[in-house]
Design a binder for this molecule. Structure first.
Ligand SMILES: CC(C)(COP(=O)(O)OP(=O)(O)OC[C@H]1O[C@@H](n2cnc3c(N)ncnc32)[C@H](O)[C@@H]1OP(=O)(O)O)[C@@H](O)C(=O)NCCC(=O)NCCS
Ligand SMILES: CC(=O)OP(=O)(O)O
Length: 323
């Protein structure tokens, strides 16, 4: 495991937080939860039918000592969660709707986090991003000053670390969304020991093309400048002008980041989601995330293409966000 994650593990281990995994019968989740508990890194809660979860763990040879299993149908605090859900949704859910929703692992797990019974949640190995994050958007909500959450990936290969955003949430971000996302992504970079140099990406560099799509990124760069952030940034830049110093010199000689960007803001979810998967699958980078940025409490999504190691690492990140 890289220094980044060994460091995270040491930090998290001291606090030993409770992390809920709504997909208790997913093999990758079981493997990661068993490992996290046996290494005493954190206290996992698996959501699911107890005999089903235990049966599968037994079959796969995973020890569940130190792992709690909660079945929403049998949970003794269920009525309390229903009342808290109805209260939080303020007229948007009846008691009957709340009872139905809370039988779903993602809603149940999110309410455990919201009510302080767990410190964070990791899901999405077997659910789409929409189904994983919707409960968090409705219940946990964004922090003061953050209008929209966005999904960042930490892309890691050896000592190289980059932040890619938004690869998961906002399908067609506005220029304001992009500027705000740049600020929270720079914050995410710092959490992972990256000194942020932010590029707002486009298919155009400094006016080499002109269209509503390029204008959106130009406008986002201006809005970001108005926010007076404490990190270097530039846009609109093509990826090569953002990442390769010799190309930056040709295409954007006055660029503040000089082809040394390490935080990349994609102009649309199409670009971000396709881009991260290409770098992961063709470039051989580990892609850890998506880390949901700007929420009040840590809830993180997995790609359905994840493996147990990805679950383990995203759980470490989630636990660290909870410290
Ligand atoms: C994220 C997503 C699921 C939200 O869509 P949705 O469920 O239709 O959202 P709605 O517009 O119904 O809003 C539901 C709630 O979430 C909130 N919300 C929606 N998007 C949000 C965002 N980006 N940040 C914060 N809150 C958000 C809304 O304000 C609303 O809150 P309310 O019910 O308290 O009023 C949707 O944008 C989506 O599907 N994105 C793409 C996900 C994806 O497939 N990614 C690729 C794989 S990673
Ligand atoms: C993040 C992501 O793309 O998730 P999935 O692969 O599950 O759609």
């Amino acid at each position: 495991m890289s220094d980044l994650f060994l460091d995270l593990k040491n930090k998290v281990q001291q606090a030993n937080p409770i992390i809920v995994f709504p997909e208790g019968t997913d093999e990758r989740i079981l493997e990661a939860a068993s490992r996290l508990a046996s290494e005493k890194v954190l206290q996992p809660i698996l959501v699911g039918n107890v005999s089903e979860v235990e049966g599968l763990a037994g079959k796969l040879g995973h020890d569940l000592s130190g792992v709690q299993i909660l079945d929403p149908k049998e949970y003794e605090g269920f009525d309390e969660l229903v009342a808290a859900f109805v209260e939080r949704r303020k007229g948007k859910a009846t008691e009957e709707q709340a009872r139905k929703a809370l039988l779903d692992g993602n809603y149940f797990g999110t309410m455990l986090v919201f009510t302080g019974k767990a410190h964070g949640l990791v899901s999405g190995a077997a659910h789409s991003t929409a189904d994983t994050v919707r409960p968090a958007l409705q219940i946990i909500k964004t922090k003061e000053g953050v209008k929209k959450t966005s999904g960042a990936f930490i892309m890691v290969k050896g000592d190289e670390k980059y932040v890619f955003a938004d690869c998961a949430i906002n399908i067609s971000p506005s220029s304001q969304d992009l500027a705000e996302s740049a600020v929270v992504s720079a914050h995410t970079a710092r959490v992972f020991g990256i000194d942020p140099k932010v590029a707002l990406l486009s298919f155009s560099t400094k006016g080499s093309a002109n269209s509503p799509e390029t204008e959106k990124v130009v406008e986002a760069t201006k809005l970001l400048a108005d926010m007076n952030p404490d990190f270097p940034f530039d846009g609109e830049l093509q990826f090569d002008a953002a990442f390769v110093p010799s190309v930056a010199q040709k295409k954007a000689p006055d660029s503040l980041i000089k082809g040394e960007a390490n935080v990349f803001l994609f102009p649309s979810l199409e670009a971000g989601n396709i881009g991260y998967k290409m770098v992961q699958r063709l470039g051989g980078y580990e892609a850890i995330g998506p880390i949901l940025q700007g929420l009040n409490m840590p809830v993180n999504d997995l790609s359905r293409g994840c493996n147990a190691e990805d679950v383990y690492k995203l759980a470490l990140i989630t636990a660290m966000q909870a410290l």
